[in-house]
Write a protein that binds this ligand. Sequence first.
Ligand code: GAL
Length: 383
Amino acid sequence: MKYKSAPFRFTVSSTRLSVLFAAMVVASRLHAQPAASSSAPAFVPGEVWRDTAGQVINAHGGGILFHAGVYYWYGEFKEGRTYLAKPNKAWGGTRVIAGGVSCYSSTNLYDWRNEGLALPSVAEDPDHDLACENVIERPKVIYNARTTKFVMWLHQDSPDYAAARSGVAVSDSPAGPFKYLGSFRPNAGVWPINVTDKDQEPVATNVLARDFQGGQMARDMTLFVDDDGKAYQFYASENNTTMHVSLLTDDYLKPAGKYARIFIGREMEAPAVFKHGGKYYLIGSACTGWEPNAARLAVADNIFGPWTELGNPCQGNDADKTYFCQSAFVLPVAGQSGRSVALLDRWKKWDLADSRYVWLPLEFSTDGKPTLRWHDRWSLPKN
Ligand code: GAL
């Protein structure tokens, strides 16, 4: 806990000084008692966040699963030197060696216990999807009540981000170890439900048609489980120009073969999806690599669209740069109906391992629009 103190000047006699000193000792003893407010757990956005063992939490671009009274936070394990690989020089795509997917657990959202790597990268096989040289980003885990399995999806890519695939892993327990099942480009041989004749024309600039046989490109992604248990993958596709929302099979392991193109040509990425008041919401970003841009909010009555953009959900200073962050996930707080936390990443492009977490309360303005405001320090109201 840091206190801000204002400088002050005074002139007093030595007797007055000793009385003052005695009073200060008493006051400091009183303050040594843990005052309710100073000991209350709080989120401190952008500060270094340590786990229950005192180590810095390493779970970037993450997502959270709530299961049997426990929150599990999964994220990219980023460690070591940040470098700029040759093929990514043009767009400034710095990176670190892929460390795999970390997992932390918590019952209160403030104190996180390191559960280790739920899905480690593979150091010994350069041809493996999860090789350290490759990209492992934006992991998300959902629980399938039907199969009682925990299912992880992630963005798997080659070092130059050209592969653009989705990787899937499965586990019997939330902290893993997860068994990697492999990767693919989603929806091979399937046209989206809102396809047009033009979309199917085999012209060089038409990425959707180009990838029809082999499967659609999938980079930044998230998963969303609806109230009826149906799960969906949202992924930045068509070379990041257009997003797809894709229904998963009942076991959550594959695309079910029904998907829609959304935000066509809008170059949206970093999707975070949630439901409020019966409507679907998505917070995403523009496509500027690690550099921050203005967040984008959208709403839909039907998950396959049409999605209507509502502008930037951020308010106040630095709203146009999403407080120097990018969206990762929106977490509904268990047992607090209508209350959610927005998880953002504050990337450090030249020291990615020191990227920070910015968690902010998702508020709803009087017209019901989801809104984000900066807080130096904040806590969830007690139940
Ligand atoms: C961002 C994306 C991140 C990561 C990064 C690489 O646009 O949201 O997940 O892929 O690019 O530079």
